[in-house]
Structures are given as structure tokens and as C-alpha cells.
Ligand binder design. Structure first.
Ligand SMILES: *[C@@H]1O[C@H](CO)[C@@H](O)[C@H](O)[C@H]1NC(C)=O
Ligand SMILES: *[C@@H]1O[C@H](CO)[C@@H](O)[C@H](O)[C@H]1NC(C)=O
Ligand SMILES: *[C@@H]1O[C@H](CO)[C@@H](O)[C@H](O)[C@H]1NC(C)=O
Length: 236
């Protein structure tokens, strides 16, 4: 009986040493890379008790399922709604799913217009005509325009005592008309327009007292054959 047990034990030891996994390590190599190796393919790596390799594997599996089942439907169900007509102060005419406006947007002295009202433009990428925003005394931000990529003709932003930046216009690269920015006394910079590569018409940036004229001249002169920047008057 004892001999049989011994035999099993010996075999067991032999087997174990043949299939022995490398010892667990935490090590660095010459390049400073950090290795954490467990001692077997089934061993787990726990961080604060969470089985992180298992969680990554499970996430990966779910992601692959998602890509497989919904990628196609996602691209086909994004609503594309073209609103045809000009848009004025009555923003309620614009459906939330509007991605393109075939017309002008003119927001002149719109009663009570504040940052939140512009969220109706949240999906609008294209305005085929002008975008004119003017004389809105409480408007502090135009961030609702953040999806805008194309304006068909002119862009004008004028007379806003509360507007500090043009955050929201970062997606614009070309203006196929004139760019006019004037009488926005609190406007601190035009960083939001740093993606602009061309303005086919003229550029007039004047009487925005907080803007640094030299910086603006440097930023905009290369974009148009006619750039006028001034804080004293609106002509050059
Ligand atoms: C850690 O495990 C990987 C994968 O099995 C292996 O390629 C690598 O050589 C191991 N690193 C060390 C330092 O043992
Ligand atoms: C967009 O909204 C309008 C008005 O609510 C609706 O008639 C139209 O079917 C919608 N279009 C899409 C593509 O969701
Ligand atoms: C802006 O929103 C406020 C609050 O909902 C509303 O009273 C005001 O009439 C809106 N103004 C415009 C121009 O849409």
C-alpha cells in the first residue's frame, strides 16, 4: 500500500515539474517597461480585488458584439434633416434634428436670447446662407453652434456686451464670404477661429476693445486679401 502511494507521489512530482509554469514576477527591462506576470494562464491579476484581465476580456467581447450588430444601423439612423427657409429670432421653427439649414440665420435683437436658446442648433453642421448674430445684449456664449462646419456666405457677429469668446465656431475652416466681428466689448480672443484656413471675402474686425489688435492681425492677415483690424474705427 505504501509503495503504491509513493509511486503516485513520484509520478505527480515528475508531472508537476514538467508542466511547471514560470514563477510570477514583477520586473522591469532595460527600456524601463514594467512586467507583471502571473504563474499560469488561468491565474488572475487583482487590483483592489478586481479581476482586471477578466474585466478587460469581458469588455472586449461586449464591444465586438456591439460593433458587429449596431455599427451599420448607427450610421444609417443618424437623422439628417434639412430645414429650408430663413431662421430668425423664432427658433422654435427649427426641429431639434436639423443638421442643415438651407437659408440664412439672422439673429438680430432677439428678445431674451441667451446661451441656452442656441442649443436648437446643436446638430446643425451646415448653413447654406449667412450667419448673422447681432445686438443680443444678454448673449454670453455661442457654444450651441459647436457642430457647425460650413457657412455658405457671410459670418457676422456684432454688438454683444456679454460675449467673451467665440467658443462653438471651432469647426469652421472656410468662410465663402465676408467675416465681420465688431462692437463686442468683452470679447477676449478669437481662438475659436484658429481652424480657419480661408475667407474668400474681406475680414473686418473692429471696436472689440478687449481684443489684442496685433495678435488678431497676425492670426487673420494670411486668410484674406483684405483684412482690416482696428479698435479705434471700423475702416482701415
Ligand atoms: C511575461 O509573460 C510573457 C507572456 O507569456 C512572456 O512573453 C514574457 O517573457 C514574460 N516576461 C518575463 C520577464 O518573464
Ligand atoms: C426630424 O424632425 C421633423 C419634425 O419633428 C420630422 O418631421 C422628421 O421626420 C424628422 N426627421 C428625421 C430624419 O428624424
Ligand atoms: C430664449 O429662451 C428663453 C427661456 O426659455 C425664452 O424666454 C426666450 O423667449 C428665448 N428667446 C429666443 C429668442 O428664443
Amino acid at each position: 500500500m505504501a509503495g503504491w502511494c509513493m509511486l503516485l507521489l513520484t509520478l505527480g512530482v515528475v508531472c508537476a515539474s514538467v508542466s511547471a509554469s514560470p514563477p510570477p514576477i514583477i520586473a522591469t527591462d532595460d527600456e524601463g517597461n514594467l512586467y507583471i506576470n502571473t504563474s499560469g494562464s488561468q491565474a488572475r491579476v487583482l487590483l483592489d480585488g478586481r479581476d482586471i484581465l477578466q474585466e478587460i476580456a469581458s469588455l472586449k467581447e461586449k464591444l465586438e458584439m456591439l460593433v458587429g450588430t449596431t455599427a451599420l444601423t448607427m450610421t444609417t439612423t443618424i437623422p439628417q434633416y434639412v430645414y429650408t427657409g430663413n431662421v430668425g429670432c423664432d427658433l422654435s421653427v427649427l426641429p431639434r434634428n436639423t443638421t442643415s439649414i438651407d437659408g440664412d440665420v439672422s439673429l438680430y435683437s432677439c428678445s431674451g436670447l441667451v446661451t441656452a436658446n442656441l442649443s436648437v442648433f446643436e446638430n446643425v453642421a451646415t448653413i447654406t446662407g449667412n450667419l448673422l448674430i447681432r445686438d443680443n445684449e444678454d448673449l454670453a456664449s455661442i457654444s450651441g453652434l459647436a457642430n457647425l462646419r460650413h457657412i455658405g456666405t457671410h459670418l457676422q457677429i456684432q454688438t454683444h456686451p456679454e460675449l467673451e469668446s467665440l467658443t462653438g465656431l471651432e469647426g469652421l475652416t472656410v468662410i465663402n464670404g465676408n467675416l465681420k466681428i465688431q462692437y463686442n466689448s468683452e470679447l477676449e480672443n478669437l481662438d475659436a477661429l484658429s481652424g480657419l484656413t480661408a475667407v474668400t471675402g474681406s475680414i473686418l474686425i473692429c471696436r472689440n476693445e478687449d481684443l489684442d489688435v496685433n495678435a488678431i492681425t497676425t492670426q487673420f492677415s494670411p486668410l484674406s486679401s483684405s483684412t482690416c483690424v482696428n479698435n479705434q474705427q471700423c475702416y482701415c
